[in-house]
Design a protein around this ligand. Structure first.
Ligand code: UFG
Length: 330
């Protein structure tokens, strides 16, 4: 029988891609999702359980039935602006509920892989940013992800929990089949909004063109969701080699390409790929946007042997566009 991986948030954007990647790597994906933001039709493989990560009895029964070889935790609230409006929701979901899942993993001695974010760093003090960059989040989303990272370290110290952390820069793209992709509601991310603007001929906003960058708009490090999933499988193998005494600093990896693209470059590339004109109007800066967020991903490359294969901007946008075209038809 195949080993299973428990994928929380497996009905969400990155989680649903992880389900595919885990199945392709020979694991049985077991998905735990409360469907608050996920979509049932995004689950294409494995066993789906509807429920919450904070339901101890449910967790016990899933762990007893499936004995997963690992827990990959994607179920989280992830919108920066929403986190500013509803910090308590973010603390409850991303920290308190996540801690219940971590506790279950620690007690059952199951390795844990955590989806974290570049938002833990806050304003860049230098760029590209490595894992040693100071962590000083500037919004509740980043605060809660950092607090959850610290909880993992507490469970390592108290229970010997074996864990790894991946700090994603700007996740984007979709599996090339066009069946699953990014479907946030409301959508706030640049690439899906640029594709929508192209497809529907609607106006979009550029938040600030007076930054100290080549064209005045913000730079981001876009990383294809398939490359993120590949890093999870590599981290799964790597953490088997770690001793419980190895601290957080040896368990954290940035995931990015090391190249930043400006908002204008993203919009121009989207216009080229979709063959449409995009009407982009400059608006004031969006609160909390750092001018440039670019990863130094050397640790993941050197230690995990990870190399982004799908993360050139054109491939990311082509794959995302294919998904949005199918979404329109279905
Ligand atoms: N942008 C626009 N117009 C839009 C939407 C976005 O100009 O309609 C700009 C933003 O101002 C920003 C860039 O495009 O400069 C990228 O914005 P996104 O919302 O796509 O992504 P963020 O960089 O804000 O957020 C990402 C992740 C978060 C994570 C954050 C780290 O999605 O989860 O990086 O700071 F917290």
């Amino acid at each position: 029988m195949n080993a299973s991986i428990l994928i929380t948030g497996g009905a969400g954007y990155i989680g649903s891609h992880m389900v595919l990647a885990a199945a392709s790597a020979g694991f049985t994906p077991v998905i735990l999702d409360d469907f608050s933001t996920g979509h049932m039709d995004a689950i294409t493989q494995g066993v789906a359980v509807s429920g919450n990560i904070a339901d101890r009895a449910l967790l016990r029964s899933i762990l007893a039935e499936h004995s997963p070889a690992c827990i990959m935790h994607f179920a989280a609230k992830s919108l920066v602006a929403e986190s500013v409006e509803k910090p308590e929701l973010y603390w409850k979901n991303n920290v308190e509920d996540a801690a219940i899942l971590m506790e279950a993993a620690a007690e059952a001695k199951i390795p844990f892989i955590f989806s974290s974010t570049a938002a833990v760093y806050g304003m860049p003090e230098y760029t590209p940013m490595d894992e040693a960059h100071p962590t000083a989040p500037i919004n509740p989303y980043g605060e809660t992800k950092l607090a959850a990272e610290r909880k993992l370290e507490e469970y390592r110290l108290s229970h010997g929990l074996n864990y790894g952390i991946l700090r994603y820069f700007n996740a984007a793209g979709a599996a090339p089949g066009g069946v699953i992709g990014e479907r946030h509601e409301p959508e706030t991310h640049l690439i899906p909004l640029a594709i929508r603007a192209a497809m529907h001929g609607t106006e979009m906003k550029i938040f600030g063109d007076d930054y100290d960058t080549q064209d005045g708009t913000c730079l981001r490090d876009y990383i294809h969701v398939l490359d993120l999933c590949d890093a999870h499988l590599r981290l799964y193998n790597y953490i088997q080699t770690l001793r419980p005494s190895q601290p957080a600093s040896e368990r954290i990896f940035n995931l990015g390409t090391g190249t930043g693209f400006s908002v204008r470059e993203v919009i121009e590339t989207t216009a080229k790929i979709t063959g449409k004109t995009i009407h982009a109007i400059t608006h004031p800066r969006r609160a909390g946007d750092p001018p440039a967020l670019v990863a130094n991903g050397s640790r993941a490359k050197n230690i995990l042997g990870w190399k982004p294969k799908h993360s050139d901007l054109a491939t990311i946008i082509e794959d995302a566009f294919r998904f949005h075209q199918n979404e329109r038809i279905s």
